[in-house]
Design a protein around this ligand. Structure first.
Ligand code: ATP
Ligand code: MG
Length: 388
């Protein structure tokens, strides 16, 4: 069967003079995502990208991958026909069989890029509608609210017929909004935070803090698995794994228990910032949501951000857990996130964390020990690798 894909790119079509460069990035991202699935030919016209698979290409897998490419709003699978009405009608009836059998009402919409085609759009709509009604007697035409819209496009070389529009991932193309470093734990929230930034065009690198032997190899593998699932949307993830044990032990030894978490978070931020700097990332991202747990109060975040010289984005800040869970299920991270492995934060959770820490108290408590050499050492010993 001679099928091809039509991709609509919605929001980026609105970007005025930037449109061309947005399109270029999108097409580059798409090519990269499809590169192992065989050969494809690409043509663009009127905010639509036409992707024609060569013989060896796997179109089902291509659709699966394309569903995760930000910047694409709709994906249509279309049948390619010659520009001959009887060929168009025959193909439409056969190709759309399953869809039309499942529906009660339809309409035909014709688009003619080739204005020299022998039929006008209204004629084409009427004639093709009649052929479809002839083949599927149970159908009726409804031009206002049809269950199915059969679209026929007449272009320079061929004609296409399609009906099903698959939802794309929306958003804007990755690589059009800069680079961020995501603090990625094994929980539900941070992978969702990474997904949300990527959806707005941001390249997402990840940093993970581990505390062996308190945290296990399996726990780290779980986080790597989350990064891998995320990479289906974000593209390859530059992953940084920071050895955090010594620092946590020193916090425990020298600082008041009720401030463990906030001090730990401040040190995490300091390390993340150095890594971001060396990677060219201009902000940090966390999965925090205000008031979700004792360490995520506004007061705690104020104390955390006091050490940051670059912005910290928290895309989940105003979301409920149920809303976050819904997205994590949709993007496929949920089942991995709930696997029961320990995180370095939970290993050292204080019994009664202070929900309203004051910056001065925190600074004073943290000054009980000189963490600087250990921070430098942790940065030095951070392992970096690519996950995709
Ligand atoms: P998550 O579901 O993302 O783990 P959480 O609700 O468990 O979030 P916390 O454990 O308080 O919340 O962590 C808050 C944020 O701090 C996380 O969303 C993540 O961005 C960051 N974070 C926590 N632990 C780690 C870690 N071990 N490595 C990297 N980042 C972490
Ligand atoms: Mg967590």
């Amino acid at each position: 069967m001679n099928e091809m894909l039509l991709l609509k790119y919605g929001e980026i079509a609105l970007k005025g003079l930037n449109k061309k460069s947005f399109e270029d990035v999108l097409i580059k991202n798409i090519k990269r995502r499809l590169r192992y699935l065989g050969g494809f030919e690409y043509t663009r016209a009127q905010s639509t990208l036409y992707i024609k698979p060569k013989e060896d290409a796997d179109i089902d897998e291509a659709v699966d991958k394309l569903k995760k490419v930000f910047g694409v709003t709709k994906i249509c699978r279309a049948i390619v026909c010659t520009k001959d009405f009887s060929d168009i009608a025959k193909n439409a009836v056969e190709y759309l069989k399953d869809t039309l059998l499942r529906s009660k009402t339809f309409k035909v919409e014709a688009k003619r890029a080739d204005k020299n085609f022998c039929m006008t759009s209204p004629e084409l709509q009427k004639e093709l509608g009649a052929k479809i009604l002839e083949a599927y007697g149970h159908l009726s035409v409804n031009v206002h609210e049809p269950q199915v819209t059969v679209t026929v496009e007449i272009r320079e070389e061929n004609a296409f017929v399609h009906a099903l529009k698959i939802d794309g991932a929306g958003g804007i193309p990755i690589g059009t909004s800069g680079r961020a470093l995501l603090l990625l734990s094994g929980g539900i929230d941070s992978p969702v935070a990474g997904y949300m930034m990527a959806k707005r065009g941001v390249i997402v690198d990840a940093i993970h803090f581990e505390a062996p032997p308190y945290t296990s190899e399996r726990a780290r593998m779980k986080v790597e698995k989350l990064a891998k699932i995320m990479s289906g949307y974000t593209g390859a993830v530059n992953f940084h794994c920071v050895p955090f044990t010594k620092i946590q032990e020193k916090i425990k030894e020298h600082c008041p228990e009720e401030l463990f978490t906030v001090i730990m978070r401040r040190i995490m931020m300091e390390i993340a910032q150095q890594i971001a700097d060396s990677e060219g990332a201009s902000c940090l991202v966390t999965g925090e949501s205000i008031g979700q747990v004792a360490s995520q109060t506004m007061y705690a975040m104020v104390c955390t951000d006091a050490v940051c010289t670059i912005p910290v984005f928290r895309p989940l800040i105003g979301m409920d857990k149920t809303e976050i869970v819904e997205i994590s299920r949709k993007i496929g991270t949920y089942d991995t996130s709930i696997e029961p492995y320990e995180d370095c934060c939970t290993v050292f959770t204080p019994r009664h964390p202070k929900t309203r820490p004051q910056l001065l108290d925190v600074q004073r408590a943290q000054a009980q020990f000189d963490f600087k050499p250990l921070i430098d050492q942790a940065v030095e010993e951070t392992r970096a690798y690519i996950i995709n």
